[in-house]
Design a binder for this molecule. Structure first.
Ligand SMILES: NC(=O)c1ccc[n+]([C@@H]2O[C@H](COP(=O)([O-])OP(=O)(O)OC[C@H]3O[C@@H](n4cnc5c(N)ncnc54)[C@H](O)[C@@H]3O)[C@@H](O)[C@H]2O)c1
Length: 279
């Protein structure tokens, strides 16, 4: 019950990392608002957990709302809904994100870059986080505060926000923006004594549907996973719970003195460098 009595909003919660975070937060006692653009999957994810939870808790612990993170109008509607129904927001996880490989048709390398594709990826990954932080600050700054219990914004960036990714420049640039914006939000909220913390998480090689297009099918998929795993110091791809537990720590009061920081969840990928001496 590490999140008891807290109200949390998770974006991109229909599948993958967002779904795992939303489910874990529920298990830890929070009331969770799942949100996504994939309404069918998002509603399903939320219903699954409500059925098991209602066996022991009367009130509805989770619900689903439509929220396209790149739309300012959607964020305004979400804010109105949360204010009306919950009167507070304690946790926001800005998780929704796209690589752009499926969602856009243009080139993503620096030489042939298609600007429409570049903008689409930034609209979701970076504008989405900026709008989420803006909305959350307005909702969170007036919430009743208790000593040692801050509101928390958790932004899901990526290892790609820390290193160059030549064939996914829009993704890498947008995630670098998320990393930096998280620190600006953290300092701004601290300077204004809003009682809001903001941190970023930097996952890498977490096995989710996001990898589907990159891994292929059948035997090819097995081979692709093996090839990726060879470059991961721990030797295997991570799973969604690896990221969910990090989000839980940053969302809970256990991290009450932590703001503006970044947490890599990457099996050790960013711990070393290439061309290192072997002897
Ligand atoms: N899987 C990884 O290895 C990995 C690594 C680094 C960072 N991340 C980041 O973690 C987050 C979650 O990734 P995942 O692997 O679970 O991806 P995923 O593709 O499995 O899930 C992403 C979810 O976001 C939703 N979404 C897409 N566009 C949206 C929009 N405009 N508004 C609201 N929701 C939208 C999708 O419908 C989907 O449910 C992303 O921000 C991603 O960049 C993932």
């Amino acid at each position: 019950m590490r999140l008891l009595n807290k109200v949390a909003l998770v974006t991109g919660a229909a599948q993958g990392i967002g779904k795992a975070i939303a489910e874990l937060f529920l298990k830890e006692g929070a009331t969770v608002i799942f949100s996504d653009i994939n309404d069918e999957k998002g509603q399903c994810a939320c219903d699954e957990i409500n059925i098991t939870r209602q066996q022991w808790r009367e009130s509805k612990p989770a619900e689903y709302i439509h929220l396209d993170v790149s739309s300012e109008d959607d964020w305004k509607n979400a804010a109105e809904y949360i204010t009306q129904h919950y009167h507070r927001l304690d946790i926001l996880v800005n998780n929704a994100g796209i690589t752009g490989f499926l969602e856009t048709s243009g080139a993503h390398d620096p030489e042939h870059l298609d600007m429409a594709s570049w903008h689409k990826v930034h609209q979701v990954n970076l504008d989405g986080v900026a709008l989420g932080c803006k909305t959350a600050i307005a909702l969170m700054k007036n919430r009743p505060t208790q000593k040692g219990s801050n509101a928390s914004i958790v932004n899901i960036s990526s290892r790609s926000g820390m290193v160059g990714i030549p064939l996914a420049t829009a993704y890498a640039s947008s995630k670098a923006g998320v990393r930096n914006h998280s620190k600006s939000v953290a300092l701004y909220c601290a300077q204004n004594s809003y009682g809001i913390r903001c941190n970023s998480i930097h996952p890498a090689a977490i096995y989710t549907p996001m990898w589907d297009a990159m891994l292929g099918e059948g035997d090819a998929r097995e081979e692709a996973i093996k090839a990726i795993s060879k470059d991961i110091p721990l030797g295997y791809m991570g799973d969604v719970m690896d990221v969910a537990y990090a989000a839980l720590y940053l969302a809970s009061d256990e991290s009450k003195y932590v703001t503006g920081t970044e947490l890599t969840i990457d099996g050790g990928i960013l711990a070393g460098s290439t061309a290192a001496p072997t002897q």
